[in-house]
Design a protein around this ligand. Structure first.
Ligand code: CTP
Ligand code: MG
Length: 228
């Protein structure tokens, strides 16, 4: 088994509203992309990483990842991303070495997902369970609403999970999912669900929450800096 990681970092970060794309914004002492590549290369079993970067920032991305690749001994390739997240995932998959039969797809925006989360997800990918997502129980009551804002349904909270990345897949299954259902989802597991395959949720990690808004930066910075 050989594990490859695709880190998607090609988004612009509109909701964060920083001067540069989100992956290059420094939080807790380093750009988000640097934190994400450090965690991926520190995870046991990972043999290659592909970073999918904005076409405008390929050199900047290469400069950030080079020292991490050198000190970890793990090859890290930087490639250009696409218009939607799904396009960027596919772009990264194309560059992943053939020997990687397990693929972890990770958002650079979840920069503080720890190496053990990568390891937990990769270890859960098997022939019988080809698609794994980390998730946490939901604390709020969630309502499903119609176009006019009226509540249609209140799902039982106990059955809900807020899912994160890295999400892990057998490479052939992920390629089939993207080939069949394109880039039309906010995560990769959804595409596998549409193939009719079962997706297993394993325990996520609070530090793997996504940085989307300036408030998320404050919250996650506090979380990671308070850890021992
Ligand atoms: N992403 C990507 N290529 C895209 C869009 C998103 O690689 N065309 C990546 C982002 O870089 C991020 C992850 O997908 O790591 C999750 O996306 P999101 O949090 O929505 O980031 P952005 O699209 O950059 O932010 P926004 O939607 O606020 O513009
Ligand atoms: Mg986005």
């Amino acid at each position: 088994m050989s594990v490859g990681v695709v880190i998607v970092a090609a988004g612009s970060g509109t909701r964060l509203g920083a001067a540069q794309p989100k992956a290059f914004v420094p939080v807790a002492g380093a750009p988000l992309l640097t934190h994400a590549v450090r965690a991926a290369t520190a995870a046991a079993g990972v043999s290659a990483v592909v970073v999918v970067a904005p076409t405008t920032h390929l050199d900047d991305a290469a400069a950030l990842v080079e020292p991490v690749s050198r000190s970890s001994g793990i090859p890290v390739q930087v490639v250009p991303g696409g218009a939607e997240r799904g396009d960027s995932v596919l772009a990264g998959l194309r560059w992943l070495p053939q020997e990687c039969d397990i693929v972890l797809v990770h958002d650079a925006a979840r920069a503080f997902a720890p190496p053990e989360l990568f390891e937990r997800v990769a270890a859960a990918v098997t022939e019988q369970t080809p698609a794994i997502v980390p998730g946490l129980p939901v604390v709020d009551t969630i309502k499903v609403v119609d176009d006019d804002g009226f509540v249609r349904d209140t799902p039982d909270r106990a059955s809900l999970r807020a899912v994160q990345t890295p999400q892990g897949f057998r490479r052939d299954v992920l390629l089939a999912a993207h080939a069949t259902h394109g880039s039309s989802a906010t995560d990769d597991a959804t595409l596998v669900e549409r193939l009719g395959l079962r997706v297993l949720v394993v325990d996520g990690h609070p530090a793997a929450d996504k940085i989307t808004t300036p408030a998320d930066v404050v919250r996650l910075e506090r979380l990671v800096l308070s850890e021992p």
